[in-house]
Design a protein around this ligand. Sequence first.
Ligand code: MLC
Length: 544
Amino acid sequence: MTTSPQAFSDSRSTVSAEIKQLLQARSSAQGLKNLYTELMRKANPQKIAIRTLQGLNYSYHDLAAASARMAHYIASLGLKQGSRVAARVEKSPEALMLYLACLRSGMVFLPLNTGYQSEELRYFFNDAKPGLVVCDPSALSWIKPLAEASGCSYVETLGSDITGSLLDKSAPFADDFSTIACGPDALAAILYTSGTTGRSKGAMLTHANLASNALVLHHAWRWQEDDVLIHALPIFHVHGLFVAIHGALWAGAQMVWMSKFDPAAVIKEAATATVLMGVPTFYVRLVESGLLSAKGVKNMRLFISGSAPLLAETHQAFTKLTGHAILERYGMSETVMLTSNPYDGDRRAGTVGFALPSVELRLVDDQGHSISVTPGQESAIGGVQVRGPNVFVGYWNMPEKTKEEFAPGGWFKTGDMGQFAADGYLVLVGRSKDLIISGGYNVYPKEIELLLDDQPEVYESAVIGLSHPDFGEAVAAVVVPDPPESAVKMGSQDEAQLLSRLRSMIASFKLPKRLFFLQELPRNAMGKVQKNLLREQFSSTFKS
Ligand code: MLC
């Protein structure tokens, strides 16, 4: 059974009609030709699109002109439409222009976390086979050989200070570019998410996936041209790249651009801005800063949280300090945004609200049967499944994995467990997959366990998420050394040594914040490691 809550009922049919029109087949005159065209439809060329804290202003004309020059440069390489452009670059307005240039030239944007180390990049390059790799100038010496080894012929640099060969080579080209009409089903981006097996999967998102979601959120969150979004998220993930940037551009609004999250800077800008999007850690740190007040944020109209569960106590503390109820929503790389608490009405702590217009949600039992939902009654708990124009088309190069993750009828299995409250709010109650979400980043334990188990002093390991006051959950590892009896002798020096070796192999957000040594892992009768017992044993590790 799918939900039909009242929260979005007013806008549901209008938005659905608009989406239908937008996503019409490519032969149609009004249909979606290119996401870029839709994103820039309301753009006033003279208007400031991005203001940086360093005092630089970028108009909508600047975004269009610079992305045109880059699109010309990319087109001049002779890459086939649909070629991948991998970017491991620091956050900058020019990095956003690169994304727009990829859309315009029919390339597939592949953003990569700037924390990724060489083994992680080797995997992404070998899997996605990018035609062009763009990296920070400081990383060229080690990224170029990795890119070339994967068969990539073009490697350019882009610094966060308006430097790099990409800008130099794009500079001579014209300021206008005829954006390619690639149609709704063309891939716009591939976002890698790690997986339960330890192998990362590239979620393929089309122009239609992203455009339909941007349109839905435009209405749901009442974006206006005079909005000013505080943009403090990284731009290599769905949240910062699609939800935040698409929202602002679609409305022709302005962004205040921060290279990273800093509570004092956010609070200063909140005096004149109108919208903030963040992961729960942003809100925890804002509350703790001691700088929040209702007066200080009186111009703000909306605070949105997502990518990880927001604690009810943070929700309540924030309301007490500011008078604002944070709007919590729910999404993932494969589906962009699925649900949202209502703009008008009760933004309920501990819930993720209602299915967005055009998004269908259902809960299924262990056998995969749809759980029926009776209005006015709390539903049973079940696996959350979704379908709609926002749902990705599959994992890059992984047809079997893609098949596994979809149920008959085109329902995508989110891996989250949920329950509908009597009045239709969705409550996420757990995960069916072994996944840790730390400060809004997903970490699959298997990837870290495989790495640990490869170390000579490790016999076996179990990676778990422990409750953490700042990151929500933190990665921790329980290690059985080789030989296991030596666990009793292991101390902080061994822990530091092992962690320092891992640091050069994985992005730091995946690095366990603590390692514990045990002689053996607790196992059930089937031989499965009982991670719940380990989580219990070490539960107070990060308690403040
Ligand atoms: C940084 N560190 C983290 C971490 N971020 N460790 C675990 N989890 C994280 N999220 C590491 C740093 O490398 C450093 O390690 C140490 O922790 C302290 O760092 P910090 O200075 O306190 O962190 P900071 O740079 O301030 O970053 C914290 C943060 C950042 C929360 C601001 O992680 C962030 O911007 N998160 C947003 C993630 C995001 O955008 N997710 C969206 C995914 S899309 P050391 O060892 O060097 O000291 C998605 C779909 C959806 O999920 O629905 O949105």
